[in-house]
Every structure is written in C-alpha cells, then in structure tokens.
Design a protein around this ligand. Structure first.
Ligand code: G3P
Ligand code: CA
Length: 257
C-alpha cells in the first residue's frame, strides 16, 4: 500500500457530531448539520449510499422507510426521486421538508466551518462507490486552496483499502463493532499500513487499546457516546476523537484550530 496519511495526534479528542447532531435533529439532514455547526464540532459524521443514477446521497439506512416518507431501497430510486422525499417529519413536524442531501451539497455547506467524516455504508451493495467517492473528492481537493478536512471510514476493510489506493491523500479509518476478543496486535500492524485511525465501539475502549493503537502510529476514535457523564470520562482518556449524537455534552467546548 502507498503511504497512509499521518495526522497529528493531539489527545484533545476531536468533537465528532454523529449524523450531524442527531440527538437534537433528524439525522443526516442539513438541519442536523447546521445544529452540529452551532455546537462547534470539529467533524460532522455522515453516512453515504448511491442512488440508482450513481449519485452519492447522505442517509444512514439501506432503505428509506425509517427516516423518510418513502419506502424501499435507496439504490432503486434516482436522485430526482429521492430529493422529493421528506426526511424530517419522522423526527418532528418542525423539521418537515428536510431532504436527503447530496454529498456535494453537504461538503459545500459544511466544509468551510468543520471537517467531514464520511462513512461508506454497506459498500457490498455498491461496487462502484469507492471510485465515485474518490473522483468526487479528488476534484474537490484539486479545486481548493487549502486542503479540506475530510476523512473516510467504514466497517468494511476491503472497501477502505480500495478507497485508500484510489485517493491516498484522504485519511481513512476502520470502524469496529464490539468484539469480545478485541483487536490483535497483528491486525493493528496490518491496518497501520493504510489506516490513519481506528474507530472501535465505546464498549471496546480502554487505556490499553488506545495505547496499542497509538503504538502502531494511528489515531484512536470511538463511537457513539451519548451520555453526558460518559462523554466527560472519555474526554479524560487519550482518545483522538469522540463521536456523539450530543456535541453539546463536551466539556471542552472550544473548537480546535
Ligand atoms: O461513527 C460511527 C458510527 O456512525 C457507526 O455506526 O450505525 O451510527 O453508522 P452507525
Ligand atoms: Ca455512521
């Protein structure tokens, strides 16, 4: 693998707003991203899928049923069709009229103010998603004077490796659900060849795991911490990023520059 991106490890955890600030607003909508920016997040975490016509759209589930007034799989509808759905009313009538945004719109409207952490969701359903994403981000990197704060993550390691090969300038990371056996040194060594961060579920995190991840030259993030007291205890650990539905729970409320 080509050399991975190194980011400075500050141990002041990045404040990462999960699906925006989805404890306060409908996830993965512009309203949620606006709320996250009000809470001065360092990064907004978003989930991406492909529409039938190959556009990158921001939504969490494979299907529309839970978070919109549509039904069926995201990938069976064109963006024009998806853009007419209501993605806010399920959460509260106050948010009716919120739409499923395009990745490009989210990046245009949030990057001037925060970083964006893009999760490639279920890439096994979208064989081209890594190359479509790499192309879109490459154009953006070329067009901007300062390098935009973008990172990409997935639970799917093959997908993350593939994306890294296509666009090594963008830092990538691996998400882990809880595995009682933890993550072995051998695996961490392998991941460290391409990954800039490891993002285990909060129940896996302890000082020892954080130290191990750092030993292999990667940053240690965690997800998704939604209890105020827990946010405060995780802030005291040497984590590099904490993902939360409630970015207002951070005690260190100053944004890092
Ligand atoms: O950032 C980690 C987290 O987003 C992964 O789980 O289901 O919320 O996408 P999920
Ligand atoms: Ca996610």
């Amino acid at each position: 693998f080509r050399k991975k991106q190194k980011l400075p490890s500050t141990h002041i955890p990045l404040k990462i707003g999960h699906r925006g600030a989805c404890g306060h607003s409908p996830e993965n909508t512009m309203a949620s991203f606006k709320k996250a920016l009000e809470y001065q997040v360092d990064f907004i975490e978003i989930d991406i899928h492909l529409s039938f016509d190959g556009q990158i759209v921001v939504i969490h589930d494979l299907t529309l049923d839970r978070t919109t007034n549509g039904k069926g799989r995201v990938q069976d509808f064109t963006y024009e069709e998806l853009s007419k759905l209501d993605a806010g009313s399920w959460y509260s009538e106050v948010f009716s009229g919120e739409r499923i945004p395009l990745l490009s719109t989210v990046l245009d409207q949030t990057l001037p103010f925060s970083g964006v952490l893009i999760e490639i969701k279920h890439p096994e359903h979208y064989p081209e998603i890594e190359s479509i994403l790499a192309k879109e981000l490459k154009n953006r990197l070329r067009a901007s004077h300062e390098s935009p704060k973008i990172m990409v993550q997935s639970f799917n390691i093959a997908s993350i490796k593939k994306f890294h090969m296509l666009l090594p300038e963008v830092p990538v990371g691996i998400l882990f659900k809880h595995t009682p056996a933890g993550i072995s040194n051998r695996s961490l060594l392998k991941y460290s060849q391409f990954a800039s961060f490891i993002n285990p579920k909060k129940t896996m995190v302890n000082e020892r795991l954080i130290r191990k991840i750092h030993t292999y030259g990667m940053m240690a993030f965690t997800w998704t911490v939604n209890n105020r007291k827990h946010v405060h205890s995780f802030e005291k650990m040497k984590l590099d990023g904490i993902t939360t539905d409630f970015p207002d729970y951070f005690s260190l409320n100053e944004k890092k520059s």
